[in-house]
Design a protein around this ligand. Structure first.
Ligand code: ADP
Length: 612
């Protein structure tokens, strides 16, 4: 088999070599292979994703001139179109990086620009329109025999459209309706989305299935050109005229389709394609390209309709916001709850502390009341004790006027029985009796007044008068007293705001202690002086004696309760005096007389004008 095959090949080779054009054909074949290798076979592939909304055939016919131009202008690349029949397919291809260039309508472009960052490098100039800026709009049609004439009349009517995301086939007209106050979702009786091809919308209108239909601009004209007889049976609602725009129109116009590059596209390809497209010659029927148009009006449309990249604006309802911002809301709620709990806790603590404070205040008030009561009791006891100490001499004092009264009475009786009673003798006896009775009554009156149990008070009192009263009381009660001299150096205004009887008690105590301390001295050396004088804003009272005084140890314990050097003493007089004076905002202290024997007990009280 092999031998026979080799023989046939040899014969064929000999025939070919003998053939005159063999070498020329071989040369051409080799050159072609080299050329193919350097261009097509080794050229990098560039995939152009094309939105084929009218089907594959229409897309090929529309875009093959562009693909062919690119392949010719940029032989180092091999451009190939890939058709997508909906936005979803195109979106997936971009996401997976399967396309380098994208040709799509302005609506999808703006959506994918926001979603994938595709960016336009040129905008189409359709041959029949001639401008890129104002190229696409919507036409709203109704049957010529219907009453509808403009877009505002569509409220409550049924409308057919291509799809909710169709740009010319729905969105442009929807924005126009919205601007006229007709909210498509709410105010139209029905929006029927019939899908592509767009001719289905026209059919639905013609058949009377819907009151009106939305189609892109220039479709009617294309159909009329292709000889469709029924176009005349349709009416364009709210027709507009835009200079230079050759088709019927119901809305504003938007820029034409862009060609865009994706984020993955090699910048060198983007640059080369842009340049090649701008240089693409204008032909009578074919498309051409210009610099990228401004697609802001398309953004505005989506924003107004809360669609495409602005669909999130639809969610700005309480529920939508809650769904979007739930972590923030949760945080805020937690903060609020924490704040409420904190406030309640603080309120509770404040209330508890206030109650505690009230309780302790009440307890303090009760303790103070009890202390005041026991102090009053003590003062009373102290007064009674002074009286007890004086009671011996007191009995003697009262006995004296009584004896005198008795003597005078008996004298009168004796004179009467002798018949020697003269009117003068009766007058003298009665006068003496009355005087003595008055003296005894005065003593009793002062004792009763002094020993009476009473609550503390604050009155404007004269210290000199109080000292004089104390002197009279003590002199009246004792059998013998040394000279007690009141030296008022205030010029008659020794006024203080005080409890008079309490101050009197203090003076009585101090004078009596001074008398006790002087007891061992010869009567002519016993001398007690009570000096009252103003000192700064105070009144100063000094009780000075020339008695035995105290040694250092005794002096140190002077104001301690129950300290006494007297056999019948209680040792409460000075502590009580100190308490009384301090309760009046004053001070009580003792000093040894500098010049010689004896003590000086002083107390100061705020003068009347400076008492608080
Ligand atoms: P009592 O008079 O019952 O002893 P006081 O508290 O009045 O209680 O006095 C306490 C002591 O202070 C007295 O026992 C006395 O020793 C001493 N004392 C008070 N006043 C004088 C004074 N003027 N001179 C010397 N000693 C005094």
């Amino acid at each position: 088999m092999l031998k026979r095959g080799s023989g046939i090949l040899n014969i064929a080779m000999q025939q070919l070599v003998r053939y005159p054009h063999f070498w020329a054909i071989l040369r051409v074949a080799v050159l072609s292979v080299i050329l193919l290798c350097s261009t097509g076979a080794y050229a990098s592939n560039v995939v152009v994703g094309v939105f084929a909304y009218q089907g594959e055939r229409a897309a090929i016919s529309d875009w093959s001139p562009v693909i062919a131009h690119l392949n010719t202008a940029l032989p180092e690349y091999r451009f190939r179109a890939e058709h997508f029949f909906d936005a979803e397919g195109m979106r997936k291809a971009i996401a997976e990086g399967r396309v380098d260039l994208v040709i799509t309508n302005p609506g999808y472009y703006v959506t994918m620009e926001a979603e994938f960052g595709i960016s336009r490098i040129a905008t189409l100039v359709s041959s029949h329109i001639g401008t890129a800026k104002q190229a696409i709009g919507s036409v709203v049609i109704a049957r010529a025999d219907s009453d509808l004439r403009d877009l505002s009349g569509l409220a409550g009517k049924s409308v057919a459209a291509v799809a909710p995301d169709a740009f010319g086939g729905y969105l442009i007209a929807a924005r126009e309706l919205l601007r006229l106050g007709v909210v498509p979702d709410k105010d139209l009786a029905e929006t029927r989305f019939v899908g592509l091809p767009m001719a289905k919308v026209i059919d639905a209108v013609k058949r009377g299935e819907v009151d009106a239909g939305i189609i892109r601009t220039c479709l009617l004209e294309q159909m009329a050109e292709q000889g469709s007889p029924d176009v005349a049976a349709l009416r364009v609602l709210s027709p507009r005229k835009v200079e230079g725009f050759p088709c019927a129109l119901s809305t504003a116009l938007y820029p034409d389709w862009p060609i865009a590059v994706t984020r993955q596209t090699d910048p060198a390809i983007a640059k080369a394609v842009a340049r090649a497209l701008l240089e693409m010659p204008e032909t009578k029927d074919g498309p051409s390209w210009t610099v990228p148009a401004d697609y802001q009006p398309v953004h505005d449309l989506y924003r107004e309709l809360h669609a495409g990249p602005y669909a999130y604006l639809r969610d700005i309802t309480p529920q939508g916001l809650a769904l979007r911002f739930w972590p923030w809301l949760l945080g805020l709620t937690l903060l609020l709850v924490a704040w409420v709990v904190h406030t309640i806790r603080v309120e509770y603590l404040v209330q508890r502390r206030t109650t505690e404070l009230h309780d302790s205040l009440r307890a303090r008030q009760a303790a103070e009341t009890k202390m005041r009561e026991s102090q009053e009791q003590m003062e009373h006891l102290s007064r009674l004790s002074v009286l007890g100490e004086l009671s011996g001499s007191l009995a003697h004092e009262i006995n004296q006027p009584l004896t005198t009264i008795g003597t005078y009475a008996r004298t009168v009786l004796r004179l009467q029985s002798n018949g020697a009673l003269t009117p003068d003798a009766v007058t003298e006896a009665c006068t003496e009796i009355a005087d003595e009775a008055e003296r005894a009554g005065g003593i009793v009156q002062r004792i009763r007044h002094f020993s009476r149990k009473r609550a503390a008070a604050r009155d404007k009192v004269d210290l000199a008068a109080i000292a004089e009263e104390a002197r009279r009381l003590i002199v009246g009660m004792m059998a013998w007293t040394p000279d007690v001299h009141i030296d008022d150096r205030t010029q008659g205004s020794a006024l203080v705001l005080a409890d008079g009887p309490q101050i009197q008690q203090v003076l009585l105590n101090l004078i009596k202690n001074a008398i006790d301390a002087s007891r061992d001295l010869a009567p002519e050396r016993q001398h007690i002086q009570v000096v009252i004088e103003p000192a700064d804003k105070r009144m100063l009272v000094r009780v000075i004696d020339s008695g035995g005084g105290l040694d250092d140890d005794q002096f140190a314990h002077l104001f301690e309760p129950f300290f006494t050097t007297k056999p019948d003493g209680l040792g409460l007089g000075l502590p009580i005096c100190k308490t009384i004076i301090e309760a009046h905002g004053g001070r009580l202290w003792a000093e040894r007389n500098s010049g010689g024997a004896g003590m000086c007990f002083s107390f100061s009280l705020p003068s009347h004008e400076h008492s608080s």
